[in-house]
Write a protein that binds this ligand. Structure first.
Ligand SMILES: [Zn+2]
Length: 363
C-alpha cells in the first residue's frame, strides 16, 4: 500500500516575466531556461507547493509477481527482520544497493538461500562486501549476501578448495552453472562483519542477472513491515540563474525547517524567491522495527496541483551511482549528514531516476 504525506508551503515568487502581455502564469514552463533575458515586466506569483514522499511504491507486490514473474523469496535469516539501512538510501558518494539486515549485534547467524538457485560467484576480499556469495535464480534475478563471517557446507568446502588452488585468500570466482546448486532455505554461510562493515549485519541485494542492475528487494519478493510515514524535515531553495534570488541573500541557497509529525508538515517561514529557483527536500523514512534512518522510494513536487518533478528510487546502476552526489546536496550530506534530495536535475547528472517533467527548477 502506498502512503503519501504532504508538505504544504506557500511560496511567494516574484518572476521576471518575458511574455509581452505581462500576464501571470502559475508556472511558466517555456521560460524556465537559464538563459532567459531580463525583462522589466514583473509579475507576482503565489504558488502552492506540495511535496509527496513515498516510503513504498504503489502496486509493488502486483508488479513484482506479474510482469517480472518473481517467485516469493523467504527471509535469509531466521530472526525478525530489522533494517539498519535500506535500498537506495543516500550514502557517502553512492546510493546503497541493498538492505542492511541487523543480526542482533552478533555474528554467526545461519544465512539461507532465499529461493532455489545456484552459486554464481564467490568473492572474498578484505574490502567491500568482505566474504560475499551471489546466487542466481531461475526468475532472472541474482541475490547477493555480503559481510559473511564464513561459508559453510558444500559452498564453504568448494570455496576453500578454490582458495588453495589460487594460493590466495582473496578470490573472485564464478563457479560453473549448477555446480553449487542450493534449495530455498538451505544454509550456506554464517553472518558476519567482514569487509567494509561498521558492525555485524547482513548486506542483502537483489540484482537483475542480465545487467547486474540492483533492484529494490522490497519490490522483488522480500517485504519489510513499514507503516511509518516518511519524515520531512526541511526544504531548501537554490538560485539557479544569475538573476535568481532566494531572499534575503544575493546568491546563496536558503533552508527552511519543516514542522509537523505523522506525515503532515508545514514551514513556519514563508520563503521568498525571485526568478528560477531549485528546490530540495530533506526527507527520510523509518520502518516499524529498529527506528533507523532509511531512504524514501519516491518524491513528487506539485505546483498548483501540477506535478512538476518526480524521482523514483527503484534501481541502482553501478556505472552511474556516483551521480548520487549530484542528486543530493553534497555539501549538506558531507558536513551535516542531512539528506537533501534535489528536486531539479543538475546538467551533469546522468541518473535515470527522474520523471519526464521539466528539470531545471521552479520559476
Ligand atoms: Zn549494505
Amino acid at each position: 500500500m502506498t502512503k503519501a504525506y504532504s508538505l504544504n508551503l506557500t511560496v511567494l515568487a516574484v518572476a521576471l516575466g518575458t511574455d509581452s502581455l505581462g500576464t501571470t502564469h502559475p508556472i511558466d514552463l517555456p521560460t524556465m531556461s537559464a538563459r532567459r533575458p531580463l525583462n522589466p515586466t514583473v509579475s507576482l506569483q503565489i504558488c502552492r507547493f506540495t511535496i509527496l514522499a513515498f516510503s513504498t511504491l504503489n502496486g509493488s507486490e502486483t508488479r513484482a509477481q506479474s510482469s517480472e514473474g518473481t517467485s516469493r523469496y523467504i527471509a535469509p535469516m531466521d530472526i525478525p527482520v530489522e533494517l539498519s539501512g535500506n535500498f537506495m538510501e543516500p550514502r557517502s558518494d553512492h546510493f546503497h544497493s541493498g538492505l542492511d539486515i541487523r543480526t542482533q549485534g552478533r555474528e554467526g547467524i545461519p544465512v539461507k538461500a532465499v529461493a532455489d538457485g545456484w552459486v554464481s560467484r564467490i568473492k572474498i576480499s578484505p574490502w567491500g562486501y568482505g566474504k560475499a556469495v551471489y546466487i542466481d535464480h531461475a526468475d532472472g534475478h541474482t541475490t547477493v549476501y555480503g559481510h559473511l563471517q564464513q561459508l559453510t557446507g558444500r559452498v564453504g568446502e568448494a570455496c576453500l578448495d578454490h582458495q588453495y588452488r589460487q594460493k590466495d585468500f582473496s578470490i573472485d570466482w564464478t563457479p560453473e552453472k549448477g555446480a553449487l546448486s542450493l534449495k530455498q532455505g538451505e544454509v550456506f554461510a554464517l553472518s558476519g562483519n567482514t569487509g567494509g562493515s561498521g558492525g555485524p549485519h547482513l548486506h542483502f541485494e537483489v540484482r537483475r542477472t542480465g545487467d547486474q542492475m540492483a533492484l529494490d528487494p522490497e519490490v522483488h519478493g522480500f517485504a519489510v513491515p513499514d507503516r511509518v510515514p516518511p519524515e520531512i524535515h526541511g526544504v531548501r531553495l537554490y538560485p539557479l540563474t544569475d538573476s535568481s534570488r532566494c531572499a534575503p541573500y544575493p546568491e546563496k541557497a536558503v533552508g527552511y525547517a519543516a514542522h509537523g509529525a505523522s506525515g503532515q508538515y508545514t514551514l513556519k517561514v514563508t520563503p521568498m524567491a525571485f526568478g528560477t529557483v531549485g528546490l530540495a527536500v530533506n526527507t527520510f523514512d523509518r520502518y516499524d522495527n529498529g527506528g533507523a534512518k532509511c531512504g524514501v522510494r519516491m518524491i513528487e513536487v506539485f505546483v498548483d496541483s501540477i506535478r512538476h518533478f518526480s524521482t523514483t528510487l527503484d534501481h541502482v546502476d553501478f556505472n552511474l551511482n556516483r551521480y548520487c552526489n549530484a542528486h543530493m546536496d553534497y555539501g549538506l550530506s558531507k558536513a551535516q549528514k542531512m539528506d537533501y534530495h534535489r528536486c531539479f536535475r543538475q546538467p551533469n547528472n546522468k541518473l535515470r531516476i527522474y520523471g519526464k517533467e521539466p528539470k531545471e527548477g521552479l520559476s
